[in-house]
Design a protein around this ligand. Sequence first.
Ligand code: GLY
Length: 325
Amino acid sequence: MKRRTFLDQSSLGVTSLLIAPHVLGCAPKTETQAVIGKSTPYVISTWNVAQANTIAGKALEEGANALDAAVAGVAFEEANIQNTTVGKGGAPDRDGNVTLDACVMNHLGDCGAVLAVENITHVAALAKDVMEQTPHVILAGTGARKFALEQGYTPEDLLTDSSKKAWEKWKEKGNYQPEINVENHDTIGMLCCDAKGNLSGVCTTSGLAYKMQGRVGDSPIIGSGLYLDNEVGGAVATGLGEEVIKTVGSFLIVELMRQGRTPQQACEEAVQRIIKKQKGKPDFQVAYVATNKKGEIGAYSVHSGFSYSLYKNQNNQNIESNSVF
Ligand code: GLY
């Protein structure tokens, strides 16, 4: 399908065809939390991911629940081979293997994750399947791939010609240096609030370019790349995963909001927690976006250049974040 046609048809129904057929519209687990009532749906995502954000936002407006909308939204970027940091076309590890990480969390506090998966494009949907179809939270590597195939996912070669060329060029020198704002985007973390006022989130990535084989960052780690509590709010992270994991960044932000910080104050404190441990100006980027149950939004990053996407009332905006440096 041509990209333009895809965009024109990107309602929830069409997007869902890219994912395993049973992924969307499955029966919810027992509701343990009160439904908040009617609210205006909205979507926030790390970076300028207008199409993904809009797909999720439109799905919410059509009545999708927050998790289905988020999985459908990020599926666009997972399939977008121009995006070298997520899904198919993502940069490989230093040995040339593309390995993907993702996690999901819903308003009931249920979660699922897949780590270092090869040959499967839609790892956010796969993480949702781990949550819904298995007794586990995390499946890694060959086990996650095997589970995907059992669930009906089609195996694909995720290394595109252009990411192979870039990797071969990198190998000439083989410098292993995290880059700040690589191509101005990185991991997609997305939080959706649906018409019932319920929050869910997704985080999906191909991880650090030219990482060591087996390296996993923050993105699929619940509490680091993503965390939410439907009574408080949610947060997602992007940037150098090692630094996010060391401070359990997304969990920290949600707990700070629980203590009364606004999303902005909580994101700033989480970034400062990282900065305090550094000697001088860090040579890496970390950024957070968060929202609370009032619908307030905050974002903050170590370096300038980070932005987030907000979809609300049929309108998508890209908003620059404040930063320490
Ligand atoms: N934040 C993506 C990673 O470090 O893998």
